[in-house]
Write a protein that binds this ligand. Structure first.
Ligand code: ZN
Ligand code: ZN
Length: 232
């Protein structure tokens, strides 16, 4: 028994959402089951719901640089409360719960060579003290036994928040925002992030990695923003 499982046995978690005993997991079984799992037939490339799971019109018209998206949950209640608490209030205990949800859906995916978390600009890391995407990626890396590469990608431009921007403005906002300094030639990479909204940041990061020689880039996100009406 390792130290962590001993600790969990001695001090069982209280469920992050309801406070009930959750054993060794961050969420109790009831809360875990009630989450808005993103199981609708969806575009394999961007995870938007589509009839029969075909590639969506947007991806056909302008294919993103990433090859595939796995999204665990719809960005709806309670994620819209919990994720901001992790990001802006530094509630780091939330990251294992989000990471565990992501593991549920990606465990059966082909294994990438490495994981890369969506980088934050150094200034933001100084302000917050952590990168929430890295905290989530750490959980996935540990549970799936995959290497987490925290050195190869940097956010070199401190872009204003994407929130409230139109799609074309978002695209302009992130252009040239990332740099790749590591050797990623021929690598199969899974990018980890908390939420995919339009996917423009992940697209730009994937483009940067492909230009540096990455062979396959998937995006693994905890939650996907869905059009109204598509949330179960
Ligand atoms: Zn609960
Ligand atoms: Zn699509």
């Amino acid at each position: 028994m390792n130290i962590r499982s001993l600790f969990n046995r001695l001090f069982p978690h209280a469920c992050l959402l309801c406070g009930a005993s959750a054993g060794t997991r961050p969420l109790c079984h009831g809360c875990q089951a009630d989450l808005p799992w993103h199981i609708a037939p969806q575009c394999p490339q961007c995870a938007l719901p589509t009839p029969g799971g075909q590639v969506c019109g947007a991806c056909l018209k302008r294919p993103p640089a990433f090859d595939r998206t796995r999204a665990a949950l719809a960005y709806a209640f309670p994620l819209d409360r919990v994720i901001p608490r992790l990001k802006y209030q530094g509630r780091l205990a939330i990251a294992p719960a989000l990471g565990a949800c992501l593991v549920e859906v990606v465990a059966s995916s082909p294994r990438p060579d490495r994981l890369i978390a969506m980088p934050l600009h150094a200034q933001r890391i100084r302000e917050r003290g952590f990168n929430h995407a890295t905290e989530i990626a750490r959980v996935v890396a540990t549970q799936l036994g995959l290497p987490l590469d925290t050195a190869s990608c940097q956010r070199i431009r401190d872009t204003p928040p994407q929130m409230g921007l139109r799609h074309d403005e978002r695209r302009r906002n992130v252009r040239g925002a990332f740099a790749c300094s590591g050797d990623v030639r021929g690598q199969r990479i899974a990018l980890i992030d908390d939420v995919m909204t339009t996917g423009t940041s992940l697209d730009e990061l994937a483009k940067t990695l492909k230009q540096a020689g990455a062979a396959v880039v998937e995006t693994w996100v905890v939650a996907r923003t869905l059009p109204p009406g598509d949330i179960a």
